[in-house]
Every structure is written in structure tokens, then in C-alpha cells.
Design a binder for this molecule. Structure first.
Ligand code: PLP
Length: 345
């Protein structure tokens, strides 16, 4: 915040380079080196948030009628973005455990498949890909000439000492120009309203995407970018403290859910969400979520937004303070108890 104010006082209120301020592109490269990614500033494009970076990535790689693999559960915005560029979504259900399996993914690849959207840690299920799984996805993309669009916005929000493995850390994928990694300041630095993100891609694709960005919005406001430099180069204690707190909230929420009969939920290794299966109650997630909002003033997201096959799941965010989170879960429990009794007659 202080750095953005300073930048405003310095008059950084005009157009800036479309690709991003050189200082921020360099700071991003330094940051990425912490994740085993060697990158030069010319491979970085600063964008207004990860969402716009994802749009640019799809626009650059997917044409009308091309197919995009979306391993499900998948963040509900990807299908909209794929449609926006004229592509077709191919949902590939990962099944229980959400483990990417080669035969399942390969079975969904056809002559028009151009890209796969990977998200680790995953929204909504919190799955963090292991180095072996990252390698599997990279090999698949290399063998089938696919682009990997890797959304890693939760890469700093990982629990129990686990490590993030970036798709952009796979040398061959970078050498073959097959990976576009997307990241943002939104989650790690709680800067959702600043609209600051970036992507890492081969230089030729960066130029192509920069042309679209130039035409649509010229650049991310330079004073916002200066705040990004301060976030990356400043002390990281607050990020660590925030992750410790999120982990505690995750554990509290898991404990509360474990006391509700019939709920199946996987412990998320990262991200900000729980994705329980409530099929034991036999009420579709959309109905359940609207009842919860209308009658109990609690908001959750219905699972069907995250891919076919998740119509009895709900996404619960554990971003809110502990007392609010526990109160929301208490109300969910009360509603489920009522529904459970009704079902039992
Ligand atoms: N990617 C995922 C998986 C998200 O969950 C979100 C936000 O919820 C975004 C991207 C969007 O990030 P940004 O706010 O930087 O556009």
C-alpha cells in the first residue's frame, strides 16, 4: 500500500509499457527462481489479474472449434474463457482422489485438442500435484503437441510442509514452448482488488499476447505494478502467517464436517476450499446452496459449477475468520440434519 502511494506521489499515473514495468518483470523472474523456474523478463507479461492472463493464454493457443481438456473438478471460469475464444470444453473427470491418470486423459485427446488447463493447487478440491504427476502431464502434452496452461495462483498457499511443483519447472516443456504459466498477486498477497497478475510464456507468444493486451487496455496501472514489486521483494512473514492461519481454519472446518454424518471430504493440501460430497443427503447442490443462502444466510458454491459429476458436492471457502466459518458450518449441519430427518421420513 505504502509503495503504491509513493508511486502515485511520484506521478506514476500515465501509460506504461504493455508488457509490464521492467522492475516488476525482473522481480517476478527472481520470485520464480524460488520454484526452480529459470526465466528472463522477456518471457513475462504483466496482466490485470490471473483471469485476464488465462484469457490471453487461451486466445493465443486455441482457435474456433479447437478442444481444450479441463480435468475436473475444474475452476468454473475456465469453461467461460474457453467459449469466449470459440473453443470447446472437454471435461475429464479425475474421479475420487482427483489423481491425473494417463489413460483417462489420453482417451479424451482428439485431433482438435490444443490445450489442457492444469490448476495446482486446485480450486475447488485443494489437490496439489506431485512432481510425478506434473511430469506425467508434461509428457502427455509433449507427446500430443498440446499447450499446458497452468494456473498456479494458489502456489504459495500450501499446507503441512508440502511443496509446489510448477509445470514451468519442467525443462522440456519450456524448451518446446508448450507451457504458459499463470499466476497472480490476488491470493498470496491478498491483493484481489488490485488486479495484478502475470504469465510466463515463450517470448514469441508473449509478443502475440501483448498485442491483444495493448489493444484492449494498454497496460496494468504502473502504480499498481510498483506495489507488486514491493510485495515480491518485501518481507514474506505475513504470507507465512496467513498460510498458518488458513491451515488452522482448514483443520477446524474438517473437524466440524467430520461431525456431520454422511459427509465425505478429502483433506485439501493447498488452496482455500473444501469440496465435500453430500450425496448421502440426496439433495442436489444447487437446491441445497439456495436453501442455505435463503434460510440460513450462508453462501457456498454448488459443485455442478466445477464439472459434470459434481452435482452433489459443495465448495466451502475457509477464507473467513474462524468464528464465521464455524457458524456457517453449524448452519449447514442444522440444514443437513433437517434434510436427513425428512429423508428418513
Ligand atoms: N484462478 C483460480 C484457480 C482462481 O481461483 C481465481 C480466483 O478465484 C483466479 C484464477 C483469478 O485470479 P485473479 O483475481 O488474479 O484474476
Amino acid at each position: 500500500m505504502a509503495e503504491a502511494k509513493r508511486a502515485l506521489d511520484e506521478g506514476l499515473t500515465h501509460y506504461g509499457p504493455t508488457e509490464g514495468l521492467p522492475g516488476l518483470r525482473e522481480a517476478i523472474c527472481e520470485h520464480l527462481s524460488l520454484f526452480g523456474i529459470k526465466a528472463g523478463p522477456e518471457e513475462v507479461l504483466v496482466t490485470p489479474g490471473a483471469s485476464f492472463a488465462l484469457f490471453l493464454a487461451l486466445k493465443a493457443t486455441v482457435g474456433p472449434g479447437d478442444e481444450v481438456l479441463l480435468p475436473a473438478p475444474t475452476w468454473f471460469v475456465y469453461p467461460s474463457l474457453v467459449k469466449l475464444v470459440g473453443g470447446r470444453c472437454v471435461f475429464v473427470d479425475l474421479g475420487p482422489g482427483y489423481e491425473p491418470k494417463r489413460d483417462v486423459l489420453e482417451g479424451a485427446i482428439g485431433p482438435r485438442t490444443k490445450a489442457i488447463v492444469v490448476n495446482t493447487p486446485n480450486n475447488p478440491c485443494g489437490r496439489v500435484l506431485s512432481p510425478r504427476e506434473v511430469r506425467l502431464l508434461a509428457d502427455l502434452a509433449l507427446e500430443h503437441d498440446l499447450y499446458v496452461i497452468s494456473d498456479e495462483v494458489y502456489k504459495m498457499i500450501i499446507y503441512d510442509g508440502m511443496k509446489h511443483t510448477s509445470l514451468a519447472s519442467v525443462g522440456e516443456l519450456r524448451e518446446e514452448g508448450r507451457v504458459i504459466m499463470v499466476d497472480a498477486f490476488s491470493k498470496a498477497y491478498a491483493m484481489t482488488g488490485w488486479r495484478l497478475g502475470y504469465l510466463l510464456a515463450p517470448e514469441a507468444l508473449v509478443s502475440q499476447m501483448a498485442e491483444v493486451q495493448r489493444a484492449l487496455l494498454v497496460c496494468v496501472p504502473p502504480f499498481v505494478q510498483r506495489a507488486g514489486v514491493a510485495a515480491l521483494r518485501g518481507p514474506q512473514d505475513q504470507v507465512r502467517e496467513m498460510v498458518v492461519e488458513y491451515q488452522a481454519r482448514r483443520d477446524l472446518a474438517l473437524k466440524a464436517l467430520s461431525e456431520v454424518p454422511g459427509i465425505k471430504v478429502r483433506k485439501p493440501e493447498g488452496g482455500l476450499y473444501l469440496f465435500p460430497d453430500l450425496s448421502a443427503y440426496g439433495v442436489g447442490a444447487s437446491t441445497l446452496v439456495s436453501m442455505l443462502e435463503r434460510e440460513h444466510k450462508v453462501r457456498m458454491m454448488p459443485g455442478d459449477l466445477f464439472g459434470p459429476g459434481y452435482g452433489y458436492f459443495v465448495r466451502i471457502s475457509f477464507c473467513r475468520p474462524r468464528h464465521e466459518l464455524l457458524e456457517g458450518l453449524r448452519r449447514l449441519k442444522a440444514l443437513l440434519a433437517r434434510l436427513g430427518h425428512a429423508r428418513l421420513g
